[in-house]
Design a protein around this ligand. Structure first.
Ligand code: ATP
Length: 357
């Protein structure tokens, strides 16, 4: 039986709970599609930093490098801080260390789950944000220049860093078009104010010229925030600098009801990590009420990525099986997560999905 090594980093807070949920579903899917997933759990996170003084141990990073893919829960605890006052966030270190440059955040509405927007067109929301993950304003992390009078963080945009993430987004738009969706790419920047963003836009245009079949447009990030609330159904694929992408990914999650339904993949040319877009949610951790859907959908994204990389279509079947099982669980009103006003806990949702697999 074909085997895949999956490095599993549950992390902190509800990261641990939703990872446990994902592992149950992954094994069930493996049986269904005739594939073995050899999952090994590795320590990392704010709790590990507090207890052992290191957030991302080298053996954990090495295991991530060796694995076929990485499943990641969530990391960070508000009370655990580094000397400069920032939170311990090893997921950012992994993105940089493994060069996971494309942060892919798909969202869509789900029949059976309430949506915040009253307009009936909200039922059509189906878009993907591609966030540049390795530079931009996050280049400043750990390099802040602070004195008693002022603090300075520097944004860095490189030609190669921008070109590769734009190529990724253009390819994704092309694939979505081939799959019958719109296949339209919106470049989000602030090219009217910042030289760095005008540079980003010039690189985007250069790359888009190599994809004449993909329709593109430009939007300033402030207008984008407005339009994503007014008419999110008009968008298909978005690409943005790291910080803009960070903010907009929470906004688009809200469009479909919150972080509980927002999966993500951090993808590079050699490695890829899949995690829910949400954090450790200390306010609900340890109560068994976290919505595992974002994590289950991230697991499906992992299977899709592995399917392409290893030319193994059974894995793509597994990804569809997870999505369809979750969709049916909601559409049949079998479960309603707490963050959508229901009373289904983590275990209820896992059970409903496994039954439908
Ligand atoms: P980070 O800075 O790491 O993104 P955060 O503290 O800003 O983390 P989250 O941990 O994502 O944000 O939590 C934001 C809100 O969403 C909290 O009220 C949390 O309870 C809720 N939330 C996040 N994930 C889930 C989930 N899987 N199920 C239910 N509620 C969730």
């Amino acid at each position: 039986m074909t085997k895949y090594d999956i490095a599993v980093l549950p992390g902190d807070g509800i990261g641990v709970e939703v990872t446990d949920a994902a592992l149950v579903v992954l094994q069930a899917v493996g049986q269904r599609i005739g594939r073995r997933f050899l999952t090994t759990v590795h320590p990392a996170g704010a709790g590990h930093y507090r207890d052992r003084g290191v957030a991302l141990p080298e053996p954990t990073l090495e295991a991530c490098r060796r694995a076929h893919a990485i499943l990641f829960g969530a990391m960070g605890l508000p009370e655990v801080r580094t000397a400069d006052g920032t939170e311990v966030i090893p997921q950012l270190d992994i993105r940089f260390a493994l060069d996971l440059y494309a942060g892919v955040r798909p969202i869509r509405t789900w029949p059976g789950l309430p949506v915040p927007l009253a307009d009936p067109r909200a039922a059509q929301i189906d878009l993907v944000l591609v966030r540049e993950n390795t530079e931009g304003l996050f280049h400043a992390r750990g390099r802040g220049d602070v004195n008693a009078e002022r603090a300075r963080d520097t944004m860095q945009i490189t030609h190669s860093g921008t070109a590769r993430v734009c190529d990724f987004a253009l390819q994704l738009a092309r694939q979505r078009k081939a799959a019958g969706r719109r296949g339209h790419l919106t470049n989000v920047d602030k090219a009217n104010v910042f030289a760095s963003m005008a540079f980003w836009r010039s690189v985007f245009k250069e790359r888009a010229a190599a994809f004449p079949d993909v329709s593109t447009e430009h939007a300033y990030v402030d207008a984008m925030a407005l339009n994503l609330v007014l008419k999110p159904w008009d968008y298909d694929v978005l690409v943005a600098e790291n910080m803009f992408g960070d903010i907009l990914s929470d906004l688009i999650a809200a469009l479909v009801g919150g972080m509980g339904m927002a999966p993500s993949g951090d993808i590079g040319d050699q490695h890829a990590l899949f995690q829910p877009a949400h954090g450790t949610a200390p306010d609900i951790a340890g109560q068994g009420i976290a919505n595992p859907s974002a994590m289950l959908l991230s697991t499906a994204m992992m299977l899709d990525w592995l399917a392409v990389r290893h030319a193994d279509t059974a894995l793509a079947d597994g990804a569809r099986a997870i999505e369809i099982a979750l969709q049916r669980a909601f559409a049949e009103r079998a479960v309603l997560p707490r963050d959508f006003g229901g009373d289904s806990g983590t275990a209820d949702i896992v059970r409903a999905v496994v039954e439908r697999l």
